[in-house]
Design a protein around this ligand. Structure first.
Ligand SMILES: [Ca+2]
Length: 525
């Protein structure tokens, strides 16, 4: 079996094929993903390890939670700061597969081992994890439009895209070319192809024609354009990334809770984001069609995943960077020829660290060892588990809970400020997060689980606690609590009211707290 991994950046957990019919207004136009879902195992409650690019991608690609990778930012490279862990493409490369990557799979720059720029590292082989993961040259497409931080979205007319295809169009074209090449190679080596699309990440740049699917009059405002009632302060993120674009900056939004953006801007952003999603769906359709055209669909496992969700005004946020469901939940689908042909949908909780063990189970019939709770030195192991059983038993729980984490308050430190030589040696880069070094203050960490309680209710339970980093062996201090959240999704699927005070010091509080602490201990701390 071959493997095709399709990755999408900042994809909200709302597609026409992942939500109940009629619940998304206007309906998302995602015909290619809709058709794909009908032949796939659709994980409808999959949770990312951390709702931001590099930590989420590093966790997925190594099969480990952030408590084990120690990647909580956009610049730390796991091989440099923590361990020389095996990645999914590396695993296949070492099995003799052709492994080729393109677009955004790892986070670019120093976070994936760049050898240029201000943060060199001894173990780095170049960005995108270099030769560790890939047997073939990596492909990057250049965005032809210089729109950096100028406008949060751009609908590009056909007369421009016809002459200079957008970045993701170039990636789709290269994927199609690669599939053709793989299909005619004499050696018939199996392949692992990873195709990472940049959209719908900001800025929302897409061919203009995709606006036609979303008439302005049909775009609606979110029904919860306010912060969750009684949330802890640390739960909030001030959507600085969105506010950094000049069209948003001139609105002078503060990013404070419940201040949001003007309604007209929210509608505009929603329409542009939806159009960017449909553009990505169209690109994915071209790649999937190439598999069909070259008779590879029947012997290629296709994995589709988004690295985390995104808020388009829900909670008055325009961001990922939180522990709320709309950020921690992202679509994941597995199309496994012969196993998922009729389509399976499951609402059982799963995690993106399950992707690694699942792919090698489906493609190689191999089992990935669980990582030890005692040490963090194993090169090849996982905090996840194969999702295979959900194909036959989509209503039988795979695991008790899914874990996400988010850190707050990590002032960056220069290497010269690292407090001990050990820390300086571990750093190897000029800036390291306080979560990693833990000198003096450490950071705050929000640990969040999605789980079920008596009566079948799905709930989210989150504790924000002190995390001293290396000075406490990378374990949290549960007794230093900065706030707790509890949302019952039966009562409030949008997580609009923090009901923690209702359960505080009850049996359910003790049960959920123990469940969270046990899960974190099993996931590296
Ligand atoms: Ca992302």
């Amino acid at each position: 079996m071959n493997v095709l991994l399709l990755s999408v950046d900042d994809l909200r957990p709302q597609l026409n094929c992942t939500d109940a019919p009629g619940t998304i207004r206007p309906p998302m136009h995602t015909p290619n993903l809709d058709a794909f879902s009908k032949q796939s195992l659709v994980l409808l409650r999959s949770q990312v390890a951390m709702a931001t690019c590099s930590p989420s991608r590093t966790a997925m690609l190594t099969g480990r939670h952030v408590g084990r990778t120690h990647v909580w930012d956009l610049y730390s490279y796991f091989r440099n700061v923590t361990g020389n862990y095996t990645t999914i493409p590396q695993y296949f490369k070492e099995k003799g597969f052709l492994t080729k990557g393109m677009g955004k799979i790892f986070h670019p720059g120093s976070a994936s081992g760049s050898t240029t720029g201000p943060y060199p590292c001894d173990i780095c082989q170049g960005e995108d994890d270099g030769n560790y993961s890939w047997s073939e040259p990596y492909f990057h497409a250049i965005e032809p439009l210089d729109n950096e931080k100028e406008h949060s979205w751009l609908a590009v007319p056909a007369e421009i895209t016809d002459k200079t295809p957008l970045q993701d169009t170039q990636i789709a074209n290269e994927a199609v070319r690669s599939i053709e090449e793989f299909s005619i190679q004499k050696e018939k080596q199996n392949f692992f192809l990873a195709v990472g699309f940049h959209k719908p990440h900001l800025p929302f740049v897409f061919p203009e024609r995709f606006l036609d699917y979303y008439p302005e009059s049909e775009i609606g405002l979110p029904d919860n354009n306010y912060a969750p009632y009684d949330m802890p302060k640390l739960a909030w993120q001030n959507f600085g990334e969105t506010r950094s674009y000049s069209d948003i900056a001139k609105l002078n939004a503060t990013g404070a809770p419940n201040t949001s953006l003007p309604d007209s801007k929210i509608l505009e952003l929603r329409r542009a984001y939806y159009s960017a999603v449909s553009y990505t769906d169209d690109n994915i359709g071209q790649v999937l069609n190439a598999l069909e055209k070259h008779d590879l669909a029947d012997n290629t496992i296709v994995v589709f995943w988004g690295d985390h969700g995104w808020t388009l005004g829900e909670h008055s946020e325009f961001d990922k960077h939180t522990n709320w469901d709309i950020a921690t939940h992202a679509p994941v689908m597995f199309r496994v020829p012969g196993l998922t042909d009729n389509g399976v949908r499951t609402y059982e909780v799963t995690e993106t660290v399950d992707i690694f063990p699942s792919i090698i189970d489906f493609a190689l019939n191999e089992t990935l060892e669980s990582c030890s709770s005692m040490n963090n030195n194993e090169q090849t192991c996982t905090d996840g588990i194969s999702v295979r059983s959900l194909i036959e038993h989509p209503n039988v729980a795979l695991k008790t809970s899914a874990l996400s984490a988010y850190n707050r308050g990590i002032p960056k430190k220069l290497l010269s400020e690292a407090s001990t030589t050990t820390e300086a040696a571990a750093a190897k880069t000029p800036k390291m997060s306080n979560c990693l070094l833990g000198n003096n203050e450490g950071c705050a960490m929000g640990y969040s689980i999605l789980t079920h309680v008596e009566g079948g209710h799905e709930v989210r339970y989150t504790e924000w606690v002190h995390y001293p980093g290396s000075s406490n062996d990378f374990k949290p201090v549960w007794t230093t609590n900065y706030g707790t959240e509890f949302y019952n999704h039966t009562e409030s699927p949008g997580e609009n009211v923090n009901r923690f005070r209702w359960i505080e010091n009850t049996e359910i509080h003790r049960m959920l707290s123990k469940r969270l602490h046990d899960k974190v201990a099993l996931s590296g701390g």
